[in-house]
Design a protein around this ligand. Structure first.
Ligand SMILES: *[C@@H]1O[C@H](CO)[C@@H](O)[C@H](O)[C@H]1NC(C)=O
Ligand SMILES: *[C@@H]1O[C@H](CO)[C@@H](O)[C@H](O)[C@H]1NC(C)=O
Ligand SMILES: *[C@@H]1O[C@H](CO)[C@@H](O)[C@H](O)[C@H]1NC(C)=O
Length: 360
């Protein structure tokens, strides 16, 4: 038994070392290995799981999210997408993702799951928020084999490698089982501090669109046993469904939550009045077009980024077919008139550093 544990430890250490060597500086440095163009095989690498729950009209948006993770998978991590969706949508995902997997074998995998809820009060959960969003509250028991995952809403896009946000798992102390970003940065425009009629985490609450979940720890904590009584007590006072439940839970258990900075869940609220996410100066890592901003002209930066990823063809040059078209759209469609347009350099910062070297 001891021997096996040692082997695992050594493997993990080797994998981490390879990872660190291979990864290099994440933002500003020139990465040597990307010049050679030969993929480095790392058989011992962990699989990074990304979970998403999709109902209704969200299929295309979800495929663009998945494509963004693949596009920014510059360090060739093994990514596995866990997709919970309605039966009628499963074929669409299967067809598209099988095509992509043929183009990039060994780099990503996916698995489709039916929606399922605890048998007790099934219907109520399903109607709690936008169709099926509360599904993610039950991931610890629905995925008993998975240690950890990154949950994202369908209206989220990666602008950096997933390994970047994944690093935060290793910063957890012994009690932390999940990580989230604050719902807001500023009291004057915060939602929870002004309107909530229930307790919430911290000063301004947390946003649940991007969530690192250590399922092993959540199972040990018996997460779901905490969720049901919270729902029963507060259901008439909550507005944002599962996000409010998560806020209430972490109000009672603040030691269980790790807070990650706003550039990992960058939303229109961070720039629509003025720029309030100060740490995004080092680059926006994950962008979240909540309230439909990827599909509207209210802050065109969000739509332009979404469209650049939507148009990119999997397996082709990120520099030629993503970065260059994105840069020219940002110049052409005079986005300086909008407040979020003023921080467009922050949104392309990581892409500039990762993809530009290809042709140096
Ligand atoms: C999740 O927590 C378990 C139990 O503490 C730990 O063994 C595992 O390494 C953690 N996973 C990650 C990705 O940090
Ligand atoms: C982990 O960090 C949180 C937040 O700083 C803190 O409340 C908690 O007590 C810490 N847990 C341990 C075991 O140190
Ligand atoms: C937008 O503003 C930035 C900084 O103020 C400037 O460098 C850029 O040229 C402007 N772009 C357009 C299209 O006006």
């Amino acid at each position: 038994m001891h021997h096996i544990q040692m082997c695992i430890l050594v493997s993990v250490a080797m994998a981490s070392l390879l990872y660190i060597l291979h990864r290099g500086p994440s933002v500003s440095g020139v990465k040597e290995s990307s010049l050679s163009g030969t993929p480095i095989t790392q058989p011992q690498k962990n699989t990074l799981h990304i979970a998403v729950v999709v109902c209704g009209q969200r299929v295309q948006e979800t495929l663009v999210m998945i494509k963004s993770a693949i596009l920014f998978n510059h360090y060739q991590e093994l990514i596995k997408f866990l997709i919970f969706t309605e039966d009628r949508l499963r074929e669409i995902f299967k067809e598209k993702l099988e095509d992509w997997r043929k183009l990039l074998p060994h780099l990503f995998d996916f698995e489709l799951f039916p929606l399922s809820f605890p048998s007790q009060s099934k219907k109520e959960w399903r109607n709690l928020f936008k169709p099926c969003a509360s599904q993610r509250l039950f991931l610890p028991s629905l995925l008993p084999e998975v240690d950890s995952l990154l949950y994202v809403d369908t209206d989220v896009l990666f602008l950096s490698p997933i390994s970047d946000v994944w690093e935060y798992f290793y910063k957890f102390n012994d009690s932390q089982l999940a990580a989230l970003t604050p719902e807001h940065e500023n009291e004057n425009i915060g939602w929870y501090n002004r309107f909530a009629r229930h307790p919430y985490y911290g000063r301004l609450g947390v946003n649940s669109g991007v969530m690192l979940m250590n399922l092993t720890r959540m199972r040990k904590f018996e997460w779901e046993k905490h969720i049901l009584p919270i729902h029963n007590e507060y259901r008439l006072r909550i507005t944002w469904g599962d996000q409010d439940i998560i806020n209430i839970l972490f109000y009672y258990h603040p030691d269980k939550l790790y807070i990650i900075p706003c550039e990992y869940n960058y939303r229109p609220d961070h720039c629509m009045y003025m720029s309030i996410c100060t740490s995004s100066q080092k680059g926006i890592k994950i962008i979240h077009g909540n309230r439909g901003y990827f599909h509207s002209d209210k802050q065109p930066l969000f739509r332009i980024i979404y469209e650049a990823i939507e148009k990119y063809q999997v397996g082709t040059s990120p520099y030629q077919n993503f970065l260059l078209p994105l840069q020219s759209s940002l110049i052409q469609q005079n986005i300086n008139d909008s407040n979020c347009g003023k921080i467009s350099n922050q949104a392309v910062l990581i892409a500039n550093n990762l993809f530009i070297n290809e042709y140096l």
